[in-house]
Structure formats: structure tokens, C-alpha cells
Design a protein around this ligand. Structure first.
Ligand code: C2E
Ligand code: MG
Ligand code: MG
Ligand code: MG
Length: 279
């Protein structure tokens, strides 16, 4: 065996990689019980209307309270849930929680309250698609589709098939809004925005991070807002951590923003008080 080839081959079995694969395998096993064991919960991050400071939107972000590992971030377990197909059940659970919550907040916080939930590409490819049942379940609860925004990523639109298109149309007919998450990081194509009747773009936090009056990112943010508005879409900025970033986004014409500057994702119980304290 040639030295180089051998080295390359063995590099696949370094202890670190083996450890990572093991962790992943264990998480995959544990994940199968997590839903039944009620180990998931949602945190909510307020989304602020920049021009007025009003809050009538929030994004639901899932957390997994692992019995031994503590809180596992979605970045670590959502990909595993996608591979195993569990994401469909988890996604349905997220939907059900969010629907219950938004019903409550439409009474206690704002009559037009709207919750955003994240939906990963794999959820669209499953035969047991949620759109039909989600729409039906909202109707059963007496909730208008407008109470829900589904955040998808460009990947969903890129390998779109008849099923994806049908589901997006069905959501639109039901009044459910669609946001394109992490906008600007993928193969953003202007034609997608109109073809699929997207309602919001969410400017990715990488554009917000180094936002200064003279920065390229400021130019890009202004361009994204202008383009979105020209197409009739609204804009949400993610990852706002400073007052300066907030001010520049407002100046750029951005409609909504969320980020640690306003609030970290919080338990549902905390949100009512948080909104009341701002008013
Ligand atoms: P995302 O949808 O783009 O969510 C934004 C992420 O940025 C969240 O991380 C949020 O906690 C974090 N964030 C918010 N404000 C700030 C800030 O000012 N600075 C910084 N540095 N970060 C901020 P999180 O909660 O860890 O979620 C990570 C990703 O996991 C999400 O990205 C989303 O893609 C996915 N995810 C979360 N919940 C769900 C879910 O219920 N279903 C699915 N399919 N994916 C989910
Ligand atoms: Mg999101
Ligand atoms: Mg994002
Ligand atoms: Mg629409």
C-alpha cells in the first residue's frame, strides 16, 4: 500500500471522527424516544416591527432537553432527525405547539399575533405531507392561516417538484405565509421569489454581523430590501445584536428585526411580560 494512499485511508478513522460518529449514532437512538418522553420544548424570539417598535410576531425555536447531555441545539439534532425521517413527527409537534400558543397570544398579546415555525427540506419530501393536515388543523381550531408563517430555505425551492409547488399553493390559499430563511446565503434567485409567492425574506445574520454605515453589508442590506419591496415582499433581519445594527436596518427600509439586542429566545411564559414591559 502506498504511503500516501494509506495515510488518506486511515485519516477516515481518526479518534475524533470516530467519536463524532458515535455521538451522532447515540443521538439518533435517543432522538427516537425524545418526543414520547416530552424532551422537546419551544423557545420564542420576538420579532419587532422596526418603524414602530411593535411586537406581534415571534419565531418558535426548538430545544431538546437531553437527560444526560443537557440542552442540545437544533443545529446538532435537526440534521439527524432529517436523515432518520423523524423530522416529520417533530415538525408536526412544533406545529401543534405553535398553533396552541398563537391562539393564546391572539387573546393575551395582540389580536393579529403571528408565529413563525421552521420547516426543513426533508419535511416537504415525505408522502405524509403536513400541509393538508396543518391547514385542516388550523380550521378545526378556528384559527386563520394568517396566524402562521412557515420559514423555508432556498434549498426547498431549488429542488422543488410538483409536491412542493402544490403545498406552497395550498398554504397560500389557506392564508399561511411563507418566509425565505437565511436569505442571501444560498443560490438566491429573484425568479423564485415571485414564482413561489413568498411573503417575507429573512436577511441572514451574516449580513447583519458586520453592519456599519460604510460597509459592503450595508449596501447589500439596502439592495435586498429594495429588491424585496419592489417585488411586494416584506423583510425581516436576523441576528441584530447592537443598536447601530438596528438603526442601519431601519435606515435601509427593513420592516422587521429580531436578535439578542431586542431579546434572546425565551420560554412562552416570559413573552407576555416582555411585551408588556416594552409598551
Ligand atoms: P434560524 O431559523 O435561522 O434561526 C436563527 C438562529 O439564530 C436561532 O438559533 C436563534 O436562536 C439565533 N439567534 C437569534 N438572534 C441572534 C443574535 O442576535 N445573534 C446570534 N448569534 N444568534 C441569534 P437556534 O435556535 O440555535 O436555531 C438554529 C437553527 O435550527 C435555526 O436557524 C433553524 O434552521 C433550525 N431550527 C430551529 N428550530 C427548528 C424547528 O422547530 N424545526 C426545524 N426544522 N428547524 C429548526
Ligand atoms: Mg428561522
Ligand atoms: Mg436564519
Ligand atoms: Mg403570499
Amino acid at each position: 500500500v502506498a504511503k500516501g494512499a494509506g495515510r488518506n485511508r486511515y485519516s477516515f478513522f481518526t479518534p475524533a471522527l470516530q467519536e463524532a460518529a458515535l455521538t451522532r449514532a447515540r443521538l439518533a437512538t435517543d432522538l427516537r424516544f425524545a418526543l414520547g418522553a416530552q424532551q422537546f420544548h419551544l423557545l420564542y424570539q420576538p420579532i419587532v416591527e422596526l418603524a414602530t417598535g411593535a411586537v406581534y410576531k415571534a419565531e418558535a425555536l426548538i430545544r431538546w432537553q437531553h437527560p444526560e447531555r443537557g440542552v442540545v441545539s437544533p443545529a446538532a439534532f435537526i440534521p439527524i432527525a432529517e436523515t432518520s425521517g423523524l423530522i416529520v413527527e417533530i415538525g408536526d409537534w412544533v406545529f401543534a405547539q405553535a398553533a396552541r400558543q398563537v391562539q393564546q397570544w391572539r387573546q393575551s398579546v395582540h389580536p393579529q399575533f403571528q408565529i413563525s415555525i421552521n420547516s426543513s427540506p426533508v419535511q416537504f419530501q415525505h408522502a405524509r405531507t403536513q400541509s393538508e393536515t396543518w391547514v385542516q388543523r388550523l380550521q378545526t381550531q378556528g384559527l386563520p392561516g394568517e396566524c402562521l408563517t412557515v420559514e423555508i430555505t432556498e434549498g426547498v425551492l431549488l429542488d422543488s417538484n410538483a409536491g412542493v409547488t402544490a403545498k406552497l399553493l395550498e398554504w397560500r390559499d389557506a392564508g399561511i405565509q411563507v418566509a425565505l430563511d437565511d436569505f442571501g446565503t444560498g443560490y438566491s434567485s429573484l425568479s423564485y421569489l415571485q414564482k413561489f409567492d413568498i411573503d417575507f425574506i429573512k436577511i441572514d445574520q451574516s449580513f447583519v454581523r458586520d453592519l456599519h454605515a460604510q460597509s459592503t453589508n450595508f449596501t447589500l442590506c439596502k439592495a435586498m430590501v429594495a429588491m424585496a419591496h419592489a417585488l411586494g415582499l416584506q423583510v425581516v433581519a436576523e441576528g441584530v445584536e447592537t443598536a447601530e445594527q438596528r438603526d442601519l436596518l431601519l435606515q435601509a427600509g427593513c420592516d422587521y428585526a429580531q436578535g439578542y439586542w431586542f431579546a434572546r429566545p425565551m420560554p412562552a411564559e416570559a413573552l407576555v411580560d416582555w411585551v408588556a414591559a416594552r409598551a
